[in-house]
Design a protein. Sequence first.
Length: 54
Amino acid sequence: MNIRKLNDMEIIKTAHGVDARNLYDTDDAMVTVITLTPGQNLKRHITPVDVVFN
């Protein structure tokens, strides 16, 4: 088992300018945690994959 700490993961540069960090990335699946601050939002876009918001 691999244990990954969110704060240890590198922030990914995105077009949205938000804090995005990949926790898991393989050919079969990807888990990216996006943290928005108050007032921040994602730009309107289309993704080629299923996404989950929490």
